[in-house]
Design a protein around this ligand. Structure first.
Ligand code: HEM
Length: 225
């Protein structure tokens, strides 16, 4: 029963909350999406934290998606041990970079009084969720070895079953709790999307493609001739 709640009901609820609240806020409360920028307050910690976090997490999430969408190709890729080890080492290095970057971004908000002031409760919730998610992912990679392999027969088909609207929770029922928490964390972060600054991922820069041109109206008085 608990498996059905956590690995069938919760993922759908998370996606539903993300879509409904996201659409609602887009039409009713659009300008509240802009979060307080802290960039002009200081720049160095922001640069190192932001670069190590963003580049690493983008590649890691891309690898998650590729392994899921092309699981056949991914299985062939990691079939040779040397390629599996290489990918895992790259994964670990990227995870370390993401963790370091995130810790820097958190410390910067904690230690600088002015930046602390412009940090909302939701910013803290998001930062804590991301930190927990990266630690759980790293933990999985380190202590439940070769996740890029065993996840192809467990996590990937479970996600596919969710997408097909016929959840097969038995596929993930016997995984260790750390791994389960990492999976649930992924959906919790999806649910947090419309409540936090994560929404920048879907609003920027895509809307520039269909947004009307900005019209600048000069309001100077005409020269008297
Ligand atoms: C439902 C969503 C998610 C699922 C099912 C999932 C699943 C997994 C699995 C099975 C692994 C082990 C891979 C391995 O051992 O090589 C892993 C690793 C990892 N995940 Fe996720 N994940 C999800 C979302 C996320 C998110 C949102 C983040 C970051 C914000 C994240 C960050 C990581 C990190 C840093 C690792 C360690 C990678 C490595 O060192 O190889 N995951 N994830």
């Amino acid at each position: 029963m608990i498996d059905i709640v956590l690995f069938a009901a919760f993922p759908y609820m998370a996606v539903l909350v993300a879509v409904l609240v996201g659409v609602y806020r887009y039409f009713n409360d659009r300008f509240s999406y802009s979060s307080f920028s802290s960039q002009f307050l200081e720049n160095r910690a922001l640069f190192w934290g932001s670069v190590s976090w963003h580049y690493a997490v983008i590649v890691i999430l891309l690898a998650h998606v590729l392994a899921l969408v092309f699981s056949g190709g991914w299985a062939t890729l990691i079939a040779a041990p040397v390629r599996l080890y290489t990918l895992e080492v790259i994964g670990l290095a990227l995870s370390a970079s993401a963790l370091l970057g995130l810790v820097l971004l958190i410390l910067r908000r904690l230690l600088n009084a002015r930046i602390f002031t412009v940090t909302s409760t939701m910013d803290w919730v998001l930062l804590a969720a991301l930190l927990a998610q990266v630690v759980l992912g790293l933990w999985t990679a380190l202590f439940y070895r070769w996740g890029s392999d065993w996840s192809l027969a467990t996590v990937a088909p479970w996600l596919v079953s969710l997408a097909k609207l016929s959840p097969q929770t038995e596929l993930v029922a016997s995984l260790p709790w750390v791994v389960k928490l990492h999976m649930l964390g992924g959906f919790a972060i999806i649910a947090l999307f419309p409540f936090t600054r994560l929404v920048h991922l879907v609003t920027f820069p895509i809307t520039y493609l269909w947004r009307p041109y900005q019209v600048v109206v000069w309001n100077w008085r005409k020269k008297q001739t």
